[in-house]
Write a protein of this length. Sequence first.
Length: 254
Amino acid sequence: MRVLTIDLDYITTDYARFSENYNFSQFPGKRWDDLILDTPVHPYDFKIDSSNLLYIIDVFTRSLELCENVVFGKEHESILYELESCGEQIDLINIDQHHDIAYRIENIDNVEKYNVVSEGSWVWYLYRKNLISSYKWIKTETSVSYNKDKPSFGIKRGFNYQLDSLNLPPFDVPFIEGLKTDFADWDDFEFDLIYISESPQYVFPEHWVYAELLKVIYKNRYHKLPKQIDQRSEEHTSELQSRVDISYAVFCLK
């Protein structure tokens, strides 16, 4: 089974890695409001990488021509609702700011002892269930590799960070990581499933509209709305209402 996942935090600049260090809230909109109120950052500090945005639109539209099975979810671990019982080995391609294997030993313990999965450990969950046959991660220039030093951003403008040490177990599947330029010869866009993670905890609210843009692209191709999953794992719950709607995305396309 070939699976493509695209996390919308891929279009962010450093700010997705900065915001991950700030307290999660049950409601992402409130979390972002609190971050703006409680820290020196300003809304204009949160910018997108236009090159990465164009890249995911290009990959998505190419893949869409060959795959109607597209699912959107608020968080990345919701992909497990589609994959957990598939019963097939998965060749996974993930376009993402984060590798989502695991970032600290607690992630791994929660998966292996309690079956509790977060947005940063869903790949490890699939790995421990022996469901991944290969993993290709297309990252950004600010991404941090698995089991490497992890940036811990200070809460101040400029998104400076210090390094924390990690000591995680090996991830023993064929695993390739690289920037989009490292996969310039990629020409196989046939997938059994395309999953889009909207990631409102990591994507600034003004940028949530880009998830709606991808939904409009899907609707124009297949004349229906894509499947939407709003459930989350036990570790977090998600906000069920978005601040943007499809009509705004259509306006942006004009």
